[in-house]
Design a protein around this ligand. Structure first.
Ligand code: F6P
Length: 417
């Protein structure tokens, strides 16, 4: 099997551990292993002449040097210096400009599980969203002889993977009718083996307990709130923290549980009281009456009221200042939540899931579903990708329809008020 792995969408801690595990498990199980740089965008761009100066913007952002032009397996991504400053040991002077689909070996991923972000790059590809883009992506995979793909990304990326999987026979047929691939290639690539791993800080994918990167982001948030505590107490101030998570409130809720908060706004459970400002002010006033010297309010970036009107941190600050007279500051945690070294769980889970991804691909037949590998109750867990994507969409729809109980129970079947 020729196996490729890519990371897509917003980066998350643990993506490198996925790539490392997939590459190494693939090699141990007799596969040829490849990486696709810059997510689906790299799949669409494919490989142009490696020596040609590249017009692509993305290529210039990751100018990885190849040590030995004749043997791409010697590409030592893993030693860090080559990748970071681009001036490392590259006697041949050949670069990966214009090469997005690259064969890698055991050493290329050495030490990767301790690195934050994604070393093979990621993108939110617009071209892959188009049928033409996906046709080119299919062509590029077939051209390199790759017949199995691991995609590590969030719900959008896995939705893309599901579409690609469903369209694959049509794409192959179109390429054949355009004489771009041979009958032999059609026979070999009639079925795309694809597996999704959920890499996202948001923890917003249904049918998995934890997404890769969410534990690390939560640590960052917890530490940030701890730090805010001391300065807030010193001045007896209120802080409104805006926390990432897109349409999902998990990071905000767990951030509040792990480090303490007086009031938390999350999309899945908007405040019931109308107006919610009264409820928030009463709660915080009570806490202050009880002797608290500081106030922490967490606002998930996707928070809204029961009528889906967004709740913004700046507005919350104005309410606290004007109605309670609190000296209030807003802190947007931003991308410090996403970057940095993975915590232990974001090394362990991606490693176990990466191993299972390779097994799932090796076991795949045209009759087995494409899987999403997640985790449930502390075990690596496979679920048909199509079901996970469907369930995740159902959560978003329930929120749009203001059926918040349904949204909560779809996110977490064990949910009780
Ligand atoms: O999906 C991950 C995430 O960090 C979200 O929490 C956030 O809404 C978004 O990505 C930010 O995207 P960008 O890095 O493109 O600004």
């Amino acid at each position: 099997m020729k196996l490729a792995v890519l990371t897509s969408g917003g980066d998350s801690a643990g993506m490198n551990a996925v790539v490392r595990a997939v590459v190494r498990a693939g090699i141990l199980k007799g596969c040829e292993t490849w990486i696709v740089r810059e997510g689906y965008e790299g799949l669409v761009r494919g490989n142009v002449d490696a020596d040609a100066p590249s017009a692509h913007n993305l290529a210039t952002t990751l100018d990885v040097k190849v040590r030995d032009p004749s043997f791409i397996n010697n590409l030592r991504f893993g030693d860090g210096s080559l990748l970071r400053d681009g001036t490392g040991d590259h006697p041949a002077g050949r670069t990966l400009k214009g090469r997005y689909i690259v064969r890698v070996g055991w050493d290329d991923v050495r030490g990767w599980f301790a690195e934050g972000g994604t070393l093979i790059g990621t993108a939110r590809s617009q071209t892959f969203r188009t049928p033409e883009g996906r046709l080119t992506a299919a062509y590029n995979l077939i051209k390199e002889g790759i017949d199995a793909l691991v995609v590590c990304g969030g719900d959008g990326s896995l939705t893309g993977a599901d579409i690609f999987r469903a369209e694959w026979p049509t794409l192959v047929e179109t390429l054949r009718s355009q004489d771009r691939i041979t009958d032999e290639q059609v026979a070999r690539h009639g079925h795309l083996k694809i597996v999704g791993l959920v890499g996202s800080i948001d923890n917003d994918m249904s049918l998995t307990d934890l997404t890769i990167g969410a534990p690390t982001a939560l640590h960052r948030i917890c530490e940030a709130i701890d730090n805010i505590h001391s300065t807030a107490i010193s001045h007896s101030r209120a802080f409104v923290l805006e926390v990432m998570g897109r349409h999902c409130g998990w990071l905000s809720l767990m951030g509040g549980v792990s480090a303490g908060a007086d009031f938390i706004f999350i999309p899945e459970r908007p405040p019931k009281a109308n107006p919610w400002e009264d409820e928030m002010c009463e709660t915080i006033h009570r806490h202050r009456e009880n002797g608290k010297r500081k106030t922490i309010v967490i606002v998930a970036e996707g928070a809204h009221d029961a009528n889906l009107k967004p709740i913004r941190a700046d507005y919350v600050k104005d309410v606290l200042t004007e109605r309670l007279g609190l000296d209030t500051r807003v802190t947007t945690l931003g991308h410090i939540q996403r970057g940095g070294r993975p915590c232990a769980w974001d090394r362990i889970w991606p490693t176990l899931q990466g191993l299972d991804a390779v097994d799932a691909l090796l076991e795949a037949t045209p009759d087995t579903p494409s899987y999403m590998i997640g985790m449930r109750e502390n075990r690596v867990y496979r679920v048909p990708l199509v079901e996970a994507v469907k369930m995740t969409k159902a959560v978003a729809e329930a929120i749009e329809n203001q059926d918040f109980d349904k949204a909560m129970s779809l996110r977490d079947p064990e949910f009780r008020e």
